[in-house]
Write a protein that binds this ligand. Structure first.
Ligand code: ATP
Ligand code: MG
Length: 140
């Protein structure tokens, strides 16, 4: 077991439906500590840069439109095996395939408006945290 940091986004479908607290409760109940958090409205260039790995995918344009359709909450989460733990708490990308009790099963609206993002590796977590937070904003 290793203490890790991962990066999380509560997506615009969460802020629109006023579900920030309910999602944070799921995160904290899973033993993850929210050690940095802020609410932002992503610009198009920020969304395109953040999801750059998906630039050639058919859903890229729609995804960037969705991610800039309202405020998001960006977070740094810390805990034992935080990367994998948070991916498990999130559930499958498509809520139809997500396990009962996961965030996406309980809250996601669709495969696109699926409520949360979580880093998929420790390396990407470090890159994504740096994209949004300075060291001074992360208080473990
Ligand atoms: P995320 O990166 O947001 O944590 P993920 O790793 O589960 O989610 P990815 O394959 O990285 O899924 O896709 C990134 C995001 O793109 C998804 O969370 C979802 O919002 C959107 N997305 C993925 N596949 C589709 C699809 N087939 N149609 C529409 N949107 C999609
Ligand atoms: Mg992903």
């Amino acid at each position: 077991m290793a203490l890790e940091k991962t990066f999380s986004i509560l997506k615009p479908d969460v802020t629109r439906r006023n579900l920030t607290g309910k999602i944070n409760e799921k995160i904290e109940s899973a033993g993850l500590r929210i050690i940095a958090q802020k609410r932002l409205w992503l610009t198009r260039p920020q969304a395109e840069a953040f999801y750059g790995v998906h630039a050639t995918r058919s859903f890229f344009d729609d995804l960037c439109t969705f991610m800039t359709s309202g405020p998001v909450v960006v977070q740094v989460l810390e805990g034992e095996n935080a990367v994998v733990n948070y991916r498990n708490v999130m559930g499958a990308t498509n809520p139809a395939n997500a396990t009962p009790g996961t965030i996406r099963k309980e809250f996601a609206e669709s495969i696109e408006a699926n409520s949360v993002h979580g880093s998929d590796s420790l390396e990407n977590a470090a890159t994504e945290i740096k994209f949004f937070f300075g060291d001074i904003e992360i208080v473990g």
